[in-house]
Design a protein around this ligand. Structure first.
Ligand SMILES: [Zn+2]
Length: 534
């Protein structure tokens, strides 16, 4: 398809000032751009489509390098949530979580671990990256899909939830699995050090695995071990890992969670990052534009309580003595563990997803409020009973961040916007799933002026593209792939909030992927995307 987009306000993704101009698309690529009108020969040429973009912004399609859509992208109904936000490329395999590698001995444990974030993949049969990608290609996802290898999945494939460090032969096996993913085109490896089983891995073990990527083999995306008062230590740890492994570092969903860490702790963490950047270290960060986080309640349980194995630990919560054991561990804390029941608090922990009807009454309420309202002895008992009843699959939203801190992170020249969208089977998802990208433009650029429009677009386009190593997307520039969105900047907006999170974004006129119009005014027209491989 050839198309001439005329009279638009070109925001090319580089951060340079917008200009009125025209853009010619040919055979899936951007051929040329002009300030003002295209030359007469082009205007009169044989363009299959002429798009009049007067009063509209024309910019590269947005790139979300942090979505948990690994298995969601296989579903028929995937795509509208993403395209309505202007997202044309997504990256899966984040926070250490990926549906592959997947070995039969640990298949059920892996699925239980992933389900709150990725959703179910019960009827899928893939076990390797090769098989997963074959399945993904067959599904023809409506947006481009890249992926990272997940260290959590690799660790589970090697040794389940066993807390002991890798033996030499296990490290060899893990190396092989990571190499496999990279050979299939993974853009790097993610880690999720707040989750079992990865929280059992020390820095040196992670660095030894990540060093497979040394010499340009991909980036390390790190969900850090702590995001509250110990944020500085967590930042130092992932920097140490990346430097030891000699790989670029992307700090995932960078933030200071819990009021005691706001401002000071965050600023000191930024100082650590900038000192290392000043010495030439390749470190960048990303963030989502909301002041509440989202996770699974599993993350709030003490690691030593879970050490008997996640399923047994959850099953054990039906016994009073085990609840008592958990309560004591929550009271005392554990060395090296971020006890969110204290650093964020049960009163700021909102139950956002359950599966059983009898637990729906808890949705949208804090654990503290539920404990009081429904006559539990205390929050620990409420959480324990809910976890037991739901077999551990409870999603939570925590009111954990300072809006000022997020503005500070948004202004960092080396930060990218992400969504960190979860695709668990949730009755009440985090609104970032439906709204992150238009929200950032609306709230941070247009309404509050935290940064200018072109810079905001850069953080959603060329910045993430360069970070992951996508060489032909993220800019409106000749010979780049024609992934383009067109919208009225005053009308394009998010509609999702914490009370009505499942509301699609509105106001996007059209999305073009690989040169073809795939979305127009709220409707998907066709599929023209593909799997991205490094
Ligand atoms: Zn994460």
């Amino acid at each position: 398809m050839n198309a001439l987009i005329r009279n638009g306000l070109i925001v090319d993704g580089s951060g340079e000032p917008p200009y009125e101009g025209a853009c010619l698309v040919e055979d899936g690529f951007i051929r040329a751009l002009w300030h003002g009108r295209a030359p007469a020969a082009v205007e009169k040429g044989n363009n299959a489509e002429v798009i009049d973009a007067a009063g509209r912004v024309v910019c590269p399609g947005f790139i979300d390098m942090h979505r948990h859509c690994d298995t969601a992208a296989l579903r028929e109904d995937f795509g509208l949530i993403e395209l309505s936000q202007g997202i044309t490329s997504c990256f899966a395999g984040n926070c250490g979580m990926a549906p592959v590698p997947n070995v039969s001995a640990f298949r059920q444990s892996l699925e239980n671990y992933l389900e709150p974030c990725l959703g179910s993949f019960k009827n899928e049969t893939f076990s390797t990256h090769r098989e997963y990608l074959k399945r993904l290609e067959a599904a023809q996802p409506p947006v481009n899909m890249g992926f990272f290898a997940g260290m959590g999945a690799i660790r589970i494939a090697v040794k389940g939830f066993d807390p002991s460090p890798f033996a030499a032969s296990e490290m060899d096996a893990a190396h092989g699995l990571l190499r496999d993913a990279l050979d299939c085109g993974a853009y790097g490896m993610s880690i999720g050090l707040m989750y079992v089983p990865e929280l059992y891995s020390g820095a040196d073990e992670i660095a030894a695995l990540a060093s497979v990527m040394k010499g340009g083999g991909g980036i390390l995306c790190a969900h850090m071990r702590w995001e509250t008062e110990r944020l500085e230590k967590a930042v130092q740890e992932v920097i140490h890992i990346a430097q030891k492994a000699e790989v670029p570092l992307e700090i995932s969903h960078f933030k200071a969670a819990g009021a005691t860490a706001w401002h000071d702790v965050l600023y000191r963490a930024i100082e650590i990052i900038e000192a290392e950047r000043g010495r030439g270290a390749d470190i960048t960060v990303d963030f989502y534009p909301y002041d509440c986080g989202s996770s699974t309640m599993m993350q709030m349980l003490p690691p030593s309580y879970l050490a008997v194995g996640v399923e047994d630990a959850i099953e054990g919560l039906k016994k009073r003595e085990n609840v008592e054991k958990m309560r004591k561990l929550l009271e005392s804390g554990e060395p090296g563990w971020d006890n969110l029941s204290k650093t964020i608090g049960w009163d700021r922990t909102i139950i956002s997803s359950v599966r059983r009807d009898e637990n729906r009454k808890f949705l949208g309420k804090s654990v503290s409020a539920c404990a009081k309202e429904y006559g539990f002895r205390d929050e620990a008992e409420m959480a324990a009973q809910l976890m037991y009843s739901e077999k551990g699959k409870v999603a939570i939203i925590n009111q954990s961040m300072s809006p000022n801190d997020i503005d500070t992170i948004a202004r960092l020249p080396y930060s990218s916007l992400i969504s960190d969208s979860l695709y668990g089977d949730m009755n009440n998802p985090h609104p970032r799933l439906y709204g992150s990208f238009p929200r950032f433009l609306r709230d941070f650029a247009r309404e509050r002026g935290i940064l200018d429009f072109a810079q905001a677009v850069r953080k959603m386009t060329s910045q993430p593209a360069q970070r992951v190593g996508l060489k032909d997307r993220g800019l409106l520039s000749p010979d780049y792939r024609a992934d383009i969105i067109i919208f009225d900047p005053a009308a394009f907006r998010d509609n999702a909030d914490y009370l009505t999170p499942a509301a699609l974004a509105s106001g996007l006129d059209c999305a073009i992927i690989n040169g073809k119009t795939v979305y127009r005014n709220g409707r998907m027209l066709c599929r023209n995307a593909g799997v991205l491989r490094r």
